[in-house]
Design a protein around this ligand. Structure first.
Ligand code: FES
Ligand code: FES
Length: 151
């Protein structure tokens, strides 16, 4: 076991972890922050996307020990007293159906818009290529990201 310290959604945690534990499993099982979903477990779907030191990353591709000393934001930490504009836009534009992809999609989209507030539809579609949705057909997701960018 190895001790790691991370700040997640503004709160500091020190925990002993197995060296092989994935970050997504650390977030969900060790910290009980189950808003981050896990689906493929092989870096294909993006359901596990979080922010790690300011970058959107698929947390199934990172070991928990690699995040030692890092600052993380999960979907639970995105809202700040009220819904984040990206969350509100997904609500307004019906950008979800089953919701399984949604936390990761919102985390990826929030970072995209933060980095490129003038984002175009083509850039939204390209930027979300690593986040798969099996329900919506993407049209409402793209509309939601465009709304959030305007906000
Ligand atoms: S669960 Fe991480 S990319 Fe699919
Ligand atoms: S809303 Fe069901 S997978 Fe995206």
């Amino acid at each position: 076991m190895t001790a790691i310290n991370v700040v997640v959604n503004g709160k500091s945690y020190t925990r002993e972890v197995e060296p092989r534990l994935l970050l997504v499993d650390f977030i969900r099982d060790t910290l009980s922050l189950t808003g981050t979903n896990i689906a493929c477990d092989t870096s294909q779907c993006g359901a596990c996307t979080i922010h790690l030191d300011g970058q959107a990353v698929k947390s199934c591709t990172v070991l928990a020990v690699q995040a030692d000393g890092s600052t993380l934001t999960t979907i639970e930490g995105l809202a700040n007293g009220k819904l984040h504009p990206m969350q509100q836009a997904f609500w307004d534009q019906h950008g979800l159906q089953c919701g399984y992809c949604t936390p990761g999609m919102i985390m990826a989209a929030a970072k995209l818009v933060e980095e490129n507030p003038e984002i175009t539809e083509a850039e939204i579609r390209h930027g979300l290529e690593g986040n798969l949705c099996r329900c919506t057909g993407y049209q409402n997701i793209v509309a939601a990201v465009a709304q959030a960018a305007k906000a």
